[in-house]
Design a protein around this ligand. Sequence first.
Ligand code: ATP
Length: 260
Amino acid sequence: MAVQQPLLSITGISASYSHTIAALHNVSLEVRAGEIVALLGANGAGKSTTLKAVSNLLPAQRGKITGGSIHFDGHDVSTTSPSKLVRLGLVQVLEGRHCFRALSIEENLIVGGLGRSSSRSELAQDLERVYATFPRLKQKRRTAAGLTSGGEQQMAAIGRALMARPRLLILDEPSMGLAPLVVQDIFRRLKGLNQSDGLSILLAEQNSTIALRHADRAAILEVGVTVVEGTAADLRARDDIKAFYLGQAVTPAGSHTRAA
Ligand code: ATP
């Protein structure tokens, strides 16, 4: 049987900003079709830089890949424009959500579908699919995004990405600044899309507990280096990893709390 190529292959990449600040050193990671992969690590570990490298967004921030390679579905990412990558199905929700605050939730969603040359009826169908995933957005469809909650804005940012019909959805810190129940709800819906549509997902998270609960595999970055890689089930069970890299104190009963 032929071995299926990973949808995304990151092979030994190094990256720097402004020719001087080294942010990544030899990071490797794969996402196979249908997988959820989590990239974990503390503040400044290099998660966002890795995700921006994947979407070829580093040049816009005076950043550069200085070694290694990234391929999405056989395309060399470094020679493919970010907009072409979106059309190929690699769509990223950037850290901080970035909704158009003065536009309604529905207008924000429609913006996500404009890159594809879809007809009105296709756009309407895609909107209904997003509303089925996030019914809250349907309730708020006419509200200016700037007047909605952080959770609703995160849902709108994810919904906007879904409007581009991704095959690989990339999310940078989707939990950031949101209440635990909202985070749980968003992760459950992402898992639902993964299971029902086979949507592949790569996400960067500081909230390792929620990420490991929903991911198939994970990698941990520390100061720009991949220090651990494995199945999420293995990483969940490894107390040493939780204590060393993920900032979780391990109690004798085996329950975990976030270290101060
Ligand atoms: P966070 O959760 O804070 O976003 P992160 O794991 O995503 O952390 P990165 O944002 O990728 O980490 O940062 C990795 C390193 O690169 C850090 O040392 C950071 O200061 C540096 N860095 C990130 N963006 C830039 C930039 N635009 N210009 C210069 N240095 C940067």
